[in-house]
Design a protein around this ligand. Structure first.
Ligand code: G6D
Length: 348
């Protein structure tokens, strides 16, 4: 395996170094990850004509990633998605979490895992490079109980595959529900909207959202709805349908309950010929069609635009009304949280 690994010091903040780790194989496959939030800034793959282009949405500069209002590419935690009114109860003890997604908590609170500077260890194997990211989350950080030891592993294979493993262990029973918040766009260098791309999801139900975008606890069959991707469908086909759940999310911003199969999510861009498959051990994936873009400059010189990226946030069900689904995020004292999600890329 011929590969280049480049570490680059991007900036010093609060006496800590923000460093990018760039892995590039001789076939052109390139992945770049920051120690800040484990942010994926580049996944470069060829299109059907061999053009190497970035298929994740990203900002122009590191200052924008420090703010990262849209969580581009970041590790999300302790929890993903919203927690209804930021209220949880664990072993009979009530906790009030930050309402940074007013009136709810979102993505782990005011300072979630996306804002941490992680320690990084690098290992090289026969056909892959492993980046292991480590950090701690202290007891009552963002008002969650328990001292957490965390490790997120990116195993990057030269045959266009990224295997992510999320691990956590806590000295008290707490909540952990992590994910990655990359925005994918297979057109390459964010050329076209993701409404041009086709999606297939092995999912028969979504979680119903209330008007404030938290789960009600009910499931809705996708049959004959804009959420039915059981057969490949153009993302733009029904994204603006006159459907109550679409109107609540202003597009897709919903937890799709995944069938217990492999390779549950398939994204396909016919014009570039690029394909992506996601295989996860998680029960859900929140699919977010970038309905609320921020106004920050991207690496291609444009401002962030609506529907120019799509997120597949593999996770346990977000915690909704009456703390529904909280049991899916519980991590008992001394037990290990583990999640595996694999991204595979190929050209038709
Ligand atoms: C919006 O509702 C969406 C979230 O799902 C997304 O994660 C965030 O923007 C970046 O709040």
């Amino acid at each position: 395996m011929v590969m280049n690994l480049t570490k680059t010091l991007l900036k010093n903040i609060d006496n800590k170094e923000i460093i990018s780790y760039n892995v590039r194989f001789d076939n052109g496959f390139e992945v770049e990850i920051l120690n800040l939030g484990g942010i994926i800034t580049k996944i470069i793959t060829p299109d059907k004509n061999g053009n190497l282009e970035n298929i994740v949405v990203g900002y122009k500069d590191i200052e924008s990633y420090i703010q990262n209002p849209s969580y581009f590419g970041a590790i999300i935690g302790r929890t993903s998605g919203r927690i209804c009114e930021g209220k949880i109860s664990i072993d009979g003890v009530d906790y009030d979490l930050a309402k940074n997604y007013n009136p709810h908590q979102g993505h782990g609170g005011d300072k979630g895992f996306n804002s941490k500077i992680w320690d990084v260890k690098i290992l090289e194997e026969e056909n892959n490079v492993i980046l292991k990211l480590y950090t701690k989350s202290l007891d009552m950080e963002e008002n969650y109980p328990g001292n957490l030891d965390l490790c997120v592993t990116f195993k990057i294979y030269e045959d266009y595959k990224i295997e992510q493993t999320y691990e956590a262990i806590s000295d008290k029973t707490t909540l952990v529900n992590m994910t990655n918040h990359s925005y994918f766009n297979l057109s390459g260098n964010i050329k076209r909207p993701i409404t041009d791309e086709y999606l297939k999801v092995d999912c028969d139900y979504i979680l119903e959202l209330d008007e404030t975008c938290v789960p009600t606890g009910k499931k809705i069959s996708v049959e004959n709805t804009p959420f039915d991707f059981t057969k490949e469908m153009l993302i733009g086909e029904r994204i603006d349908d006159n459907n109550k759940q679409i109107q609540i999310g202003c597009g897709y911003d919903h937890a799709f309950i995944l069938n217990d199969t492999k390779n549950q999510i398939k994204l396909n861009d016919i014009i570039s010929g690029r394909n992506m498959i996601i295989d996860t051990d998680q029960d859900c994936v929140v699919i977010y069609s970038m309905n609320f873009p921020d106004d920050v400059e991207l690496y291609n010189g444009n401002k962030t635009q609506r529907r120019y990226g799509i997120c597949f946030e593999t996770q346990a069900a977000p915690i909704g009304r009456n703390m529904c689904f909280i049991e899916d995020s519980l991590l008992n004292k001394g037990e290990k949280y583990i999640q595996k999600t694999i991204y595979k890329f190929f050209v038709n």
